[in-house]
Design a protein around this ligand. Sequence first.
Ligand SMILES: Nc1nc2c(ncn2[C@@H]2O[C@H](COP(=O)(O)OP(=O)(O)OP(=O)(O)O)[C@@H](O)[C@H]2O)c(=O)[nH]1
Ligand SMILES: [Zn+2]
Length: 198
Amino acid sequence: MTARYVESSRLPTAWGEFEMHGFEDAEGNKEHVVLTMGDVGNGEPVLARVHSECLTGDALFSMRCDCGMQLHAAMKAISEEGRGAIFYLRQEGRGIGLLNKIKAYKLQDAGADTVEANEQLGFGPDMRDYSLLKPMLEHLKIKSVRLMTNNPRKVAALEEQGVDVVERIALQTASNPHNEKYLSTKAGKLGHMFEAQG
Ligand SMILES: Nc1nc2c(ncn2[C@@H]2O[C@H](COP(=O)(O)OP(=O)(O)OP(=O)(O)O)[C@@H](O)[C@H]2O)c(=O)[nH]1
Ligand SMILES: [Zn+2]
């Protein structure tokens, strides 16, 4: 997959002013954004988050997952450093799309875990393709990152794009009764690295 740079603008947010860079991915017919703060192209490792779209968590305050809280935590961390980048990839539902994610939630309400629900719908557990990061990283001249994630596959994916992941920073948010099973499936079946919470 590839993405074409289109335009940039300012984006003032609750966590300060970011620069928003828009990319178009003709293959997936999707529009993606990268939010940056400070000079990310100066060669120093960039505090970065690769965030997969989650309409329910990012915009609708869902408590079924930790996406919204992770996005806010990443924006806050970047604003505190005054420098960083958030790659906001439109790969809703780990790449299966919003309507299929709703179908997966329905199956989860009947007892399936996140991975089983995807499989029952005929999808792999994680359909995301990170190759469209490459043109974004090149455009922004980012060669090394300190990556905020619990997902080892994201670290591997960035390294495959030729980016040096000099550090992985855990991005842990609080669990609640609605997302406990989701978080434990991520740790148990998807290899996410969570530290024990007291
Ligand atoms: N198919 C499916 N996708 C989900 C479900 N819950 C959340 N998602 C999607 O999962 C994506 C977020 O990925 P996660 O696996 O939660 O976390 P991650 O981004 O890989 O890892 P971190 O960097 O640690 O956050 C978003 O695109 C969500 O829409 C679910 O139950 N089923
Ligand atoms: Zn989510």
